[in-house]
Design a binder for this molecule. Structure first.
Ligand SMILES: CC(C)(COP(=O)(O)OP(=O)(O)OC[C@H]1O[C@@H](n2cnc3c(N)ncnc32)[C@H](O)[C@@H]1OP(=O)(O)O)[C@@H](O)C(=O)NCCC(=O)NCCS
Length: 148
């Protein structure tokens, strides 16, 4: 596996990966309903408001992670099912946290303990702060920042 920073010409592939995850998959149409479009993403990447990393296997993108640099928010992390459990998620998350350079790095995640994301984020150093967002997702804050 290899990692490199996200480019705006990756966007179509990012939508394909986001729609194909084993859990929490979102189609292009579902993302559009949430206000997330290819054009908006291209603008955010070009301006530097959003940055992130992709993971490649055999030269194909198998996972990606994006962050809102100003907000310190990890916006999305997605790995294709056949590439789960090999360190792609952790590698993407660590690199994207490093790109954020903020005092506080946080994200909103599905609170279902049966979901893989629940244990994964805790294993990667994120802890709940007791808050929920408007969708009922729990807010998790990166532990290294909490103790700083
Ligand atoms: C959640 C997700 C990103 C994890 O990616 P991944 O590549 O499978 O995870 P990794 O292989 O990098 O695992 C990293 C570490 O987390 C641990 N881990 C993963 N899931 C875990 C769980 N449920 N409980 C405890 N630890 C877990 C792994 O054991 C590993 O630990 P190690 O580094 O000590 O070996 C991936 O499963 C995914 O894309 N799921 C679908 C989309 C999604 O739910 N995204 C997040 C919410 S938007």
């Amino acid at each position: 596996m290899m990692f490199r920073m996200v480019r705006s010409d990756d966007i179509d592939t990012l939508f394909e990966v986001r729609a194909a995850t084993r859990e929490n998959a979102l189609s292009r149409e579902q993302l559009a309903a949430l206000g997330i479009t290819a054009q908006g993403m291209a603008e955010a990447l070009d301006s530097g408001a959003v940055k992130g990393w992709v993971c490649l296997a055999a030269e194909r993108i198998v996972g990606f992670c994006l962050a809102d640099i100003g907000a310190g928010e990890i916006l999305v992390l997605a790995v294709l099912p056949q590439h789960e459990g090999r360190g792609a998620g952790k590698g993407l998350l660590q690199r994207t946290i490093a790109a954020v350079c903020k005092d506080r790095v946080w994200l909103a995640a599905n609170p279902d303990p049966a979901g893989r994301a629940h244990g994964f984020y805790r294993a990667c150093g994120f802890l709940p702060n007791g808050e929920r967002d408007e969708h009922g997702d729990e807010i998790l804050v990166y532990r290294a920042q909490l103790s700083a």
